[in-house]
Design a protein around this ligand. Structure first.
Ligand code: ZN
Length: 467
């Protein structure tokens, strides 16, 4: 029997072990999409205890605790940090076979050198031991990231963000490169006219201009795109249920924009046209600047309205949606490609039933200009686990070129998530290792090792334009 989470975790044979230890393990990390807080990185803060760094904001853990029957008071409520941790420790032994079980113990091992299993019995000693370590300089946010061999981080930022924290990071002497990513979801959210108008008002104030028409809106928003570029941004990101690709005319969008400003309720088709116009416009800007555009599609968010009222968005009440993806995606990409304005693109689907759709769709728009120009992105969110990653890697292998994948990203809000890259690398090496030992791939460790290193690091390094 193998021991739990030892150095050959997830590696089922000698070839997989060699690929991981000799080729994958020491590759630096390029985390080209995550939700880490630039302010905390700029301030190089130390978290005051293990709950603060590990449980706060972690909706994966919160969902597990709720499923385990833990009262919300101990999750997002007013209980003390220790009381919350106690309930988490009580929950962990019940997370067997959920990725949380692996992540939890990988994170305890890699960051804190703690090899005990978390349970009510070990809760107090683990909490005290880790909390003590968190006070030390080598457990500051920057040190934690450096320790994981991270080279590049792209955060996720609203166009209205001033990026002052990014500027502070850049001005410091931390060798990790941190770039913003342009995520304009709020700029096109015509479902909530009050919020959209407030957003437009804020944009007016920031850019010290007045926005009286759709044309003004685009001109002013584009200044933010330019500002992001001046601050090192080379990637955009969009969280969408599906690609919006309804036909529209300039006149229609101008009229819709005027209705938005007057807060006159829009027809669903008008919302769709507005979104289609905006997402297309952003894609043109991304192409103009040679950015990489990313689309995270397929989440059905805020399903529980009671919980939404009480705890707000991103607190663990989202799930996988079953939106139809292929037609709109085809139409959107084709429209851009037909005028030669399709930039490098990564598409991440949340519904695993869409894996093959995305894998084959990407192949329609590769044009020989850049290797892997249109990427079927790594398994994301609910799929960021053993089964989900394996399915994504297999679909991509069968229908595209796995060897050109730009690899893994954390997509995380937590500073302790970097072992997700290790997890991905182990699974990747295991897939190749098993094929080699089964005689399905040649026993050429050197070549396969090079491919593994490309997927873990070099493909991303070449694909993105990080300076
Ligand atoms: Zn994300």
């Amino acid at each position: 029997m193998k021991s739990f989470l030892d150095q050959n975790f997830l590696l089922k044979n000698k070839t997989a072990e060699r690929l991981y230890h000799d080729y994958a393990k020491d590759m630096p990390i390029i985390d080209y999409h995550c939700h880490l807080d630039p302010e905390q990185m700029a301030g190089n803060v130390n978290f005051k205890n293990l709950t603060e760094i590990w449980l706060k904001g972690d909706h994966y853990k919160w969902r597990a605790m709720r499923a385990n029957g833990i009262n919300e008071e101990f999750i997002t409520g007013g209980k003390s940090d220790w009381e919350k941790f106690e309930q988490w420790a009580l929950t962990v032994p019940y997370t067997l076979r959920n990725p949380l079980y692996h992540w939890t113990h990988l994170e305890l091992q890699r960051y804190f050198d703690t090899h005990e299993l978390l349970s009510p019995k070990t809760a107090e000693s683990i909490y005290n031991n880790c909390t003590q370590k968190l006070q030390k300089p080598e457990y500051s946010v920057q040190s934690l990231i450096t320790k994981m061999n991270v080279e590049v981080i792209c955060t996720t930022d609203d166009p209205l963000d001033g990026l002052e924290h990014h500027q502070r990071i850049k001005g410091g002497n931390w060798p990790v490169k941190v770039f913003p990513a342009f995520r304009p979801d709020k700029a096109m959210n015509a479902d909530d006219l009050k919020a959209l108008n407030e957003y437009i008002d804020k944009l007016e104030a920031i850019e010290n201009t007045s926005i009286a028409s759709y044309e003004d809106y685009l001109i002013t928003l584009k200044k933010r795109h330019d500002y992001f570029a001046e601050n090192g941004c080379t990637v955009s990101d969009h969280g969408l249920e599906q690609l919006y690709a309804e036909n529209f005319t300039g006149q229609e969008i101008s009229a819709i924009f005027n209705k938005i400003r007057l807060q006159k309720e829009l027809e669903p088709i008008e919302v769709l046209k507005f979104r289609s116009a905006m997402v297309y416009e952003f894609a043109l800007w991304d192409h103009e600047k040679g950015w990489v555009q990313q689309y995270h599609i397929g989440a059905l968010r805020n399903n529980n309205s009671r919980a939404y009222r009480e705890t707000g968005p991103d607190t663990g009440y989202d799930s996988i949606g079953d939106f139809s993806q292929a037609m709109a995606l085809s139409k959107f990409l084709n429209k851009l490609d037909s005028t030669n304005q399709l930039t490098k693109t990564i598409i991440y689907n949340l519904n695993p039933a869409d894996n093959e759709i995305i894998a084959t769709m990407a192949g329609n728009f590769n044009d020989g200009s850049v290797a892997g120009k249109i990427q079927f992105g790594s398994a994301w969110w609910f799929l960021d686990q053993k089964n989900g990653m394996t399915r994504q890697l297999n679909a991509l292998s069968s229908m595209g070129l796995l060897s050109k994948l730009v690899g893994m990203l954390t997509d995380s809000r937590s500073f302790l998530s970097y072992p997700r890259h290790e997890y991905f690398r182990r699974l990747l090496c295991n897939l190749f290792g098993e094929d080699i030992e089964n005689g399905e791939l040649p026993n050429d460790i050197e070549w396969t090792g090079k491919i593994v290193q490309d997927i873990c690091y070099y493909n991303a390094k070449n694909y993105f334009d990080f300076k």
